[in-house]
Structure formats: structure tokens, C-alpha cells
Design a protein around this ligand. Structure first.
Ligand code: NAD
Ligand code: MG
Length: 388
């Protein structure tokens, strides 16, 4: 029986992963969560996990009580999370949200297993490191982002040298049709509701600001090794075409499917085969038409920031992601407005790109996390001093 672990099991991706895992014959090894001991315990009992790990150490007593007598081990803390990622498994889903997921992604590839990577922050902050470690340990990394799974599928059997361009689609998020001048005053609740996808709150807000697409441009570069100039983003409000790959003969290969992440999760779970995945089957005649448009630069400043980050390379991704996470915390906490987030990130990158700036290689997890911490601190100061 295949042994599988799910990091971030209580989240949107984690639950959809367990939905698919629960339909097959798998042995569940580790399940993890941030701080919700009750939800984690329920999932661990339902899926008869070997171990349940909670990041928040204060939640360990509750987790222990809920798992008592069940045979499921309980553990807590960052070290326990990384240990769980090193516990032998044939397939590991990395679906913790944010930079908190990077250490587990790395530990997973170091056991030479198959890593299903939803945590895009790993690629943005530590892409070259992850890919090098995967190669060194004979691990396979499969993308679990709808766009990147789509690109991956379009590339099966193809020579990447023949790729002319990669086009990833963006829904445009919650405010795609809002007058630009209203964006400074939108609320957290409005930003947390996505027109097409049902996702965690943070990525939903990142979709509205297009920081999510910005991360995905960088993710495309790091995962596929595609030159930044060949990577495009286009607004596609229906979210049915997830990405397209253009080849030198002019052909564009598209992946089309409903906005349901079980597509990408299922592809990674069954890879290299195709298993049955219970997503809606599209009725094209009923859909009628698909539309595409250029993303407006003034509405989505995050996209230009991503271009600059790809140019700089090295530590720029780690700084960008961390500054974005801090700015997002600031927006959620009511410290700054929606449109101020990009300014905070921009000025944080500026402040960090001195002589010993960001171009240096991200060669170890410690170095990445140092840059992450410094970017958070600088972004935090900007927010607190009102320069956000
Ligand atoms: P979510 O907020 O729904 O779930 C996040 C999970 O991480 C939860 O299990 C939570 O308990 C855990 N967690 C949070 N903080 C933690 C910490 N500090 N330490 C350990 N665990 C922690 O998020 P999500 O929407 O499922 O997204 C997960 C990842 O997948 C993100 O990187 C996101 O960008 C990516 N992703 C999500 C979707 C989607 O449809 N939701 C699509 C593509 C990519
Ligand atoms: Mg995506």
C-alpha cells in the first residue's frame, strides 16, 4: 500500500487531498496542522494516521487528549514537523501556507520521495535549493498549482527546448471589475471572497491583489527553468483554461477543466498514470465562450514586482515572499489598505538591494530564512511607521 503524508491537512488543499486519498487504498503516515488540534485529531482518526503533528506547541495537550487510546501518535513544534516530513512515505503533499512550509518541503525531497508541491512559497523563496536537493536525493517534485500542473501536463512528451512561451491564466480576483479608485478602500471580507475558486483566505486575498499570480510567475521560472521573458500572465475570468504552452511551430496546448483543485491534486497523486478524479465534466456548448484580456498594470502592481524579482534571482524571491506575507498580515489586521501592500513590498526590496543585496544564491535553508526574517522586519517597520 502506498504510504502518503499530508502537510497542512486541515487547509483547503489538505482537505481536498484527503478527499481523494480517502477514495483509494493508501496508508496515511503523517497529517499536520498549524493550531487547530480538534480538526487535526478528527482527520487523523478518520484516516488512521500514524502520527498527527501540530505546529503550535500550546495545542499539544488538546491533541494528546483527543487522540488518547487511538494509537495515533501526537507531536508538536517545528522540529516535529520536519521529522514527520522525514518519516518514510511514498508521496508527500506539501500544503502548509506560507514560508512556514519550506522546511517540510525540503525535508520531504531529502528522503528521495515524490513531493506534491502546493506550497508555492518553497519555489519562490528557495527554488534552486529545492530542485538541487530533489536531484541529489532522487526525489520527484510534482506541481500542485492549477496553472503549473497544467503546464506540466502540456509538456509531457515534449522537448522543453521547443517551448516558445508559457501563458498562465489569472481569474483577476475579487476586484477585477471594481473601479480602480475604489481599490484603496476595499475591506478584508470583500478581498476574501473569490469569484471562482474556494481556497484559503490568504491565497484568496493574494488572488485579488495578483500577488498570487506574481508568485506563480516566479514559480514557473523556478520549476520549469523557463526564461522570464517567455512567461506571460493573462486575465481569464472564467478560470477554465488553467495555462497554455506555446511551441516553436506556433501550437498552443491548453489545459481546460473546472476550477477544482482536485484536478491538480489528483494528477499528482496518480502520476504517472491517470486515475479517476471526481471533478465536474465541462459542457462546452453550455459554457459558450471563453474570454481573455491583458492584466492592467495599475490594478495589479504585483506583476511588475515579480518581473524585477525574476531578473534579480538569488534571495530576491525569499525577500519578496516574506515582505508580501508581512504586508498581507498588515492588510488583514487593518494596519494598511489593500493597495498599500505592493508599496510595502516594493520598498522592502529596495531597502534590501544594497551592495550585499539580494542577487546572492539561496544556498541553504538557514540563509533563506534569514532573508525571510529580515524582509519581514523591514516591511513591518514600514507598516508601523506609516510609510506603508
Ligand atoms: P489554508 O489556509 O486553507 O491551509 C493552510 C494549512 O497550513 C492549514 O492546515 C494550516 O493549519 C496550516 N498552517 C498554517 N500556518 C502554519 C504554520 N505556521 N505552521 C504549520 N502549519 C501551518 O491554505 P490553502 O489554501 O490550502 O493553501 C495551502 C498552500 O497551497 C499555499 O501555499 C497556497 O498558496 C497553495 N495553493 C492553494 C490553492 C488552493 O486552491 N487553496 C491553490 C494553489 C496553491
Ligand atoms: Mg494557481
Amino acid at each position: 500500500m502506498r504510504r502518503v503524508s499530508v502537510f497542512g491537512a486541515t487547509g483547503s488543499i489538505g482537505r481536498q487531498t484527503l478527499d481523494l486519498v480517502g477514495r483509494g487504498e493508501y496508508r496515511v503516515v503523517a497529517l499536520t496542522a498549524g493550531s487547530d488540534a480538534a480538526a487535526l485529531a478528527d482527520l487523523a482518526l478518520e484516516h488512521r494516521a500514524e502520527v498527527a503533528v501540530i505546529a503550535d506547541e500550546a495545542a499539544l495537550p488538546e491533541l494528546r487528549t483527543r487522540l488518547e487510546g487511538s494509537g495515533v501518535e501526537a507531536a508538536a513544534g517545528q522540529a516535529a514537523l520536519v521529522e514527520a516530513a522525514a518519516r518514510p512515505a511514498d508521496w508527500i503533499m506539501s500544503a502548509i501556507v506560507g514560508a512556514a512550509g519550506i522546511a517540510c518541503s525540503l525535508a520531504a525531497v531529502r528522503q528521495g520521495t515524490t513531493l506534491a508541491l502546493a506550497n508555492k512559497e518553497t519555489l519562490v523563496a528557495a527554488g534552486p535549493l529545492l530542485m538541487a536537493e530533489a536531484k541529489r536525493h532522487g526525489a520527484t517534485v510534482l506541481p500542485v498549482d492549477s496553472e503549473h500542473s497544467a503546464v506540466f501536463q502540456a509538456l509531457v512528451g515534449e522537448d522543453t527546448a521547443a517551448v516558445e512561451r508559457v501563458v498562465i491564466t489569472a481569474s483577476g480576483g475579487a476586484f477585477r471589475d471594481r473601479p480602480l479608485e475604489e481599490l484603496a478602500h476595499v475591506t478584508v471580507a470583500e478581498a476574501s471572497s473569490h469569484p471562482n475558486w474556494d481556497m484559503g483566505q490568504r491565497i484568496t486575498i493574494d488572488s485579488a491583489s495578483m500577488f498570487n499570480k506574481a508568485l506563480e510567475l516566479i514559480e514557473t521560472k523556478e520549476f520549469f527553468g523557463i526564461a522570464p521573458a517567455r512567461i506571460e500572465a493573462v486575465v481569464h475570468p472564467e478560470s477554465l483554461v488553467h495555462a497554455l504552452v506555446g511551441f516553436r511551430d506556433g501550437a498552443l496546448m491548453a489545459h481546460v477543466g473546472p476550477p477544482d483543485m482536485r484536478h491538480a491534486i489528483g494528477y499528482a497523486l496518480h502520476w504517472p498514470e491517470r486515475g479517476h478524479v471526481p471533478v465536474e465534466r465541462l459542457d462546452l456548448a453550455k459554457i459558450g465562450q471563453l474570454t481573455f484580456r491583458e492584466p492592467e498594470p495599475a490594478r495589479y502592481p504585483a506583476l511588475a514586482l515579480a518581473r524585477a524579482v525574476m531578473e534579480t534571482g538569488g534571495m530576491a524571491g525569499a525577500a519578496f515572499n516574506a515582505a508580501k506575507e508581512r504586508a498581507l498580515d498588515g492588510f488583514i489586521a487593518g494596519e494598511i489598505g489593500f493597495m498599500a501592500m505592493a508599496g510595502v513590498v516594493d520598498r522592502t526590496l529596495d531597502a534590501m538591494s544594497g551592495k550585499d543585496g539580494l542577487g546572492i544564491a539561496a544556498e541553504s535553508l538557514d540563509r533563506v530564512m534569514e532573508t525571510d526574517a529580515r524582509a519581514r522586519e523591514i516591511a513591518g517597520q514600514m507598516i508601523e511607521t506609516g510609510r506603508g
